[in-house]
Design a protein around this ligand. Structure first.
Ligand code: AHR
Length: 524
């Protein structure tokens, strides 16, 4: 990490000049006046880029793995490449203006694994994203696994993009994207459950050479728990502006908004940034499943030199920092960039459309081991017949869940059955409230962890169902340790053999402890 940002952090400029203050106020008033005169945001049934076009700020980039962003779009969303023979396939939509045809991916990638090699721009600008090359701060990235983030959107099972460290996408030769102080807006739908404090899970405007070329050369939404300029309030994750050499929550860098404690672990988050390129930027976030947008900052550009005016270069980055700092993780479902600053009314209409798209809705199937079914897994040992496997502090445990339990407890105790990540004749269990996180073993203990695409993870997260060893329910053999089964022991969940060197391999009660009732989900 460069030394310069550290200096900035320890020495923020706290005072804006009176002149800048006046200019910012005038700009705000001007924006409001323009907003009044501009075409009104389209009806909520319009998709995000229809809304922004109607508001006079058309999309110059529209990327999504899960759905169309124009009601007329019927092209490809993304390209996958399979490991077995290196062949590629484009994944499109079920219908114009509709949802992704994930079944086409499942069929193409059947029996092997696929990575996402290109994310197509639905806008007429053709600003497609490919796997990012080496940069000033990171070696060349790799493509994200195509099946790492299964989610339901609008009742359809689709796949989001799950970024682990070392993954990122970019287009360094774009058309129509803001440069050198031009105005732009952008949003992405991401997740508050798959974040870290490393640099820099970004979507937006970046340098064209993958290097840090100085303050103001980026204008991207950042989402994560990295607090670049102290103080930040709460635990995050926060929606921030990566304007290069800093993740900004205000013109001073640090948060001036004590109520901006971040989104917490919301499964689906709308993150929005708009910047007039001269003297004003704004940050907003919302729950992508419900409700409207909250503005966490609206004010002047950073007071440090180089940000006013901005010096955007017009590349588009997804998943890394501008110099390919790629230690960050994150989730991406859809995002757009506009030419010009969208009105708040247009932002609100887009948020309403995102909510109506139905992120994370019920899969439509419950209580079975078929792929896509939501289940809860109940212990059958006599001690514990009201206990279910849940995640708690990232580990798997059993604990009682009942109709009066909290929504959090019910969600933590609900799993979505997925085709086995290592073997499609077996199963994997995705967390209901942490999209892209699966039940996996590590040192024979079970945890909820994000799928990173490695064959180790795939094997550790795959379980093969058999008739319950006690004669009741179902037992789950580990894919890579087939004589070991999912077992509860002292309220923790382990992989256990019937007798062995670990305490949890105890033969006492083993057959009951490894037999589970596949039950209706607590949080369908
Ligand atoms: O601004 C934060 C990060 O600093 C940028 O993304 C990166 O280019 C630099 O390391």
């Amino acid at each position: 990490m460069p030394v310069f940002p550290r200096l900035l952090r320890s020495c923020p400029r706290r005072l804006r000049s009176a002149a800048l203050s006046v200019l910012a106020t005038l700009a705000t008033v001007a924006a409001l006046v323009v907003g009044v005169g501009a075409p009104q945001a389209a009806a909520a049934s319009s998709l995000p880029c229809d809304v922004y076009a109607a508001a006079g700020t058309p999309c110059v980039a529209a990327h999504s793995l899960v759905r169309a962003l124009y009601s007329s779009y019927n092209g490809s969303l993304y390209q996958v490449k399979r490991a077995s023979d290196g062949a590629t396939a484009n994944i499109g939509l079920l219908s114009a203006g509709g949802y992704a045809n994930a079944a086409a991916q499942d069929s193409f990638c059947s029996g092997t694994t696929c990575i996402i090699t290109e994310i197509y721009d639905q806008s007429p600008r053709h600003n497609h994203l490919t796997v990012e090359g080496a940069g000033g701060a990171g070696a060349a990235d790799v493509g994200a696994p195509a099946d790492a983030l299964p989610v339901t959107v609008g009742g359809h099972q689709v796949y989001g993009l799950e970024i682990s460290a070392g993954m990122g996408y970019r287009d360094n030769s774009t058309s129509g994207v803001a440069v050198n102080g031009q105005a732009e807006g952008m949003y992405m739908v991401t997740s508050g459950t798959h974040v870290n404090g490393s640099c820099c899970f970004d979507y937006g405007n970046a340098e064209t050479n993958n290097k840090d070329t100085g303050n103001g050369h980026m204008d991207a939404i950042n989402f994560g728990t990295e607090c670049w300029f102290s103080p930040c309030y709460g635990q995050g994750p926060w929606v921030q502006a990566d304007l290069e050499n800093g993740l900004f929550q205000s013109d001073a860098g640090y948060s001036k908004n004590t109520s901006n404690t971040g989104t917490g672990p919301l499964p689906f988050v709308t993150a929005l940034l708009k910047n007039n390129g001269q003297n004003h930027f704004a940050l907003k976030y919302g729950n992508a499943q419900n409700g409207g947008l909250t503005t966490t900052y609206s004010g002047g550009e950073p007071t440090a030199s180089g940000y006013s005016p901005m010096h955007q270069e017009g590349a588009i980055v997804l998943g890394t920092g501008g110099d390919n700092s790629n230690g960050s993780i994150g989730s991406f479902f859809e995002g757009v960039m506009t030419s010009g600053i969208p009105t708040d009314a247009a932002d609100n209409a887009v948020q309403a459309d995102i909510v109506s798209a139905g992120y994370g809705g019920p899969t439509g199937s419950t209580g079975t081991l078929n792929a896509g079914s939501e289940i809860s897994l109940r212990a059958t040992t006599s001690c514990c017949t009201t206990d279910y496997i849940r995640h708690q502090n990232n580990a798997a445990v059993i604990s009682p869940v009942a109709s009066g339990s909290s929504s959090l407890d019910k969600n933590d105790a609900t799993w979505i059955v997925r085709r086995g990540l290592a073997d499609s004749s077996c199963v994997s269990f995705e967390s209901r409230n942490y999209p892209g996180d699966f039940l996996r073993h590590f040192d024979y203990r079970l945890y909820r962890q994000p799928m990173d695409g490695t064959s180790q993870f795939r094997s550790d997260a795959t379980f093969c169902p058999q008739t319950g060893k006690s004669g009741t329910g179902t037992s789950f053999a580990s894919y890579n340790y087939p004589t070991k089964y999912l077992r509860h022991y002292n309220s923790n969940v382990y992989l256990a053999s019937n007798g062995g060197s670990n305490a949890w391999d105890s033969s006492t009660s083993w057959s009951n402890d490894v037999s589970w009732a596949v039950s209706s989900p607590w949080a369908p």
